[in-house]
Design a protein around this ligand. Structure first.
Ligand code: HEM
Length: 194
């Protein structure tokens, strides 16, 4: 499956300024364990056939809030750019599977940094050549973890897993999102402060 602009594991991605050893300690800070990795893997099988439906809900959430959809807005008139939304959506779908499957190796770490750059003015719009606003404000990055993971729960429950299993998958997703968004924040943090 060739997804335009999806450069995970390629030479186009620069090295993360965070080391694997530092990331290992971040995992401890959020109490992310091998159990969480197993629950994320379980969620992959459940979510894979539902990726488009999940994206419909997430895009619906962002699309319903002018201050969020503004990030996809034209630099000229602020109107959402349909091509840009569609291009990012394909990589977002792949991200669902990558989050459930993550191996937390150097390539994964490097792509996290790339995703951070793509939210920040350092790299936003470049992947799709979009004529959109140049930057996503930091203030909304972490907040989106709640709607993204809360709306996942019905999708995780669809195969009839018991409540405890669904909760464990949800918790693992929250931790993984927090770890990733923290890594994505690097370009937003003053030099020496991360
Ligand atoms: C938990 C928080 C968030 C998650 C999980 C998330 C996830 C993603 C993913 C997976 C991508 C595609 C990465 C790739 O190119 O491979 C992406 C890109 C993008 N996201 Fe987010 N995002 C979050 C927060 C936000 C917020 C708060 C906004 C704006 C209000 C936003 C707007 C965008 C835009 C405009 C792009 C395209 C950037 C580009 O030009 O390449 N995201 N996001």
């Amino acid at each position: 499956m060739d997804i335009p602009g999806y450069t995970f594991g390629t030479a186009a991605v620069t090295r993360s300024p965070i080391t694997l050893a530092e990331f290992e300690r971040m995992k401890h800070s959020v109490a992310f364990s091998d159990d969480d990795v197993r629950w994320l893997r379980t969620s992959r099988t459940i979510l894979e056939p539902q990726v488009e439906a999940v994206l419909d809900v997430w895009y619906g959430f962002v699309g319903s809030q002018p201050h969020l959809v503004a990030a996809f807005g034209s630099v000229h008139d602020g109107m959402p750019l349909a091509d840009y939304l569609a291009a990012v959506r394909r990589r977002f779908g792949r991200w669902i599977l990558d989050t459930a499957d993550a191996r937390y190796d150097q390539q994964w770490l490097d792509y996290q940094h790339e995703i951070g750059r793509r939210h920040h003015r350092l790299g936003k719009n470049q992947t799709d050549g979009a004529a959109a606003v140049s930057h996503i404000p930091f203030r909304d990055l972490f907040l989106l973890v709640v709607p993204i993971t809360a709306t996942l729960t019905p999708f995780l429950a669809i195969q009839g897993h018991d409540q405890e299993s669904v909760q464990r998958m949800h918790d693992a997703w929250v931790k993984s999102c927090l770890l990733q968004v923290t890594l994505w924040s690097h370009p937003y943090v003053k030099d020496g402060d991360f």
